[in-house]
Design a protein around this ligand. Structure first.
Ligand code: KIV
Ligand code: NA
Length: 268
């Protein structure tokens, strides 16, 4: 089983691969591809649940989808997001919610959208045995404050992210996601830290990369400019569905091989 220590030890040896998954089938495929870390992102809200932000995602939804991903996984490290307002407001609630994703759903670690308010919490959770992946730069739970634009583009903003990165490493975070920040800032932070940085829209110099799986396989209807589709699953999916509709409407499905006749039945 991959552990947070294994992931830390990959720094400087080979790039860490991370993708999201929200269900057991996808988790199995992602793991079979050799991905090191599976993230049950709260992008669940946009990607699976049809919301236009991550804000409506609940703890029950994260727990349920995390459990499905864990059931679909043998070896990969499963990290799961703490959704909007599930951490940070109250310390007891934060511990209970983070703990639930390990105790009930079987995740190996949690990811928390980080800020000045999560340094002490990161230390507390780590002390309790809940490994924490930090997340800086564009933090979609802050969409109402930040929008979805690139972060860390001014000197002050870049220094704030850099300082928070060090503070979260010092607090015990085992890895740091950097989202939609300048590549040179991500490179500087990667050089500052011993723990792995995992970038999304953060350039090539992070210790690893993460994408939303639907974007990576070409299933999303639209994807952010920093994503890349490594296949065209949406067209393959649509073709298969057209094939089904055509076959039923044209009377080719079901065919003889799909059917079973019970000769002994008297149906007169
Ligand atoms: O929710 C998510 O998918 C994420 C990744 C994009 C890092 O947080
Ligand atoms: Na997320």
């Amino acid at each position: 089983m991959t552990t947070v220590r294994d992931v830390r030890e990959m720094v400087g040896t080979e790039p860490i691969t991370m993708l999201t998954a929200y269900d057991a089938t996808t988790a199995e495929l992602v793991e079979d591809a050799g991905v090191d870390v599976i993230l049950v992102g709260d992008s669940l809200g946009n990607v699976v649940l049809g919301h236009d932000s991550t804000l409506p995602v609940t703890m029950d939804q994260m727990a349920s989808h995390t459990a499905a991903v864990v059931r679909g996984t043998d070896d990969a490290l499963v990290v799961t997001d703490l959704p909007f307002l599930s951490v940070g407001a109250d310390r007891g609630d934060s511990v209970e919610n983070a703990g639930r994703l390990l105790k009930e759903a079987g995740a190996n670690a949690v990811k928390i959208e980080s800020g000045p308010h999560t340094v002490e919490l990161t230390e507390h959770l780590t002390d309790l045995g809940i490994p924490v992946m930090a997340h800086l730069g564009l933090t979609p739970q802050h969409v109402n404050r930040l929008g979805y634009t690139r972060q860390g583009t001014t000197q002050d903003a870049a220094e704030e992210i850099r300082d928070l990165a060090v503070a979260h490493e010092d607090a015990g975070a085992f890895a740091l996601v950097l989202e939609h920040v300048p590549a040179n800032l991500a490179a500087a932070i990667t050089a500052d830290l011993e723990i792995p940085t995992i970038g999304i829209g953060a350039g090539p110099d992070c210790d690893g990369q993460v994408l939303v799986v639907d974007d990576a396989v070409g299933l999303s209807e639209s994807a952010p400019p920093f994503a890349e589709a490594f296949g065209n699953v949406r067209d393959a999916y649509a073709d298969a569905l057209d094939g089904y509709v055509d076959a039923v409407e044209g009377g080719q499905f079901p065919a003889e091989e799909h059917c079973h006749v019970a000769d002994d039945l008297d149906l007169d």
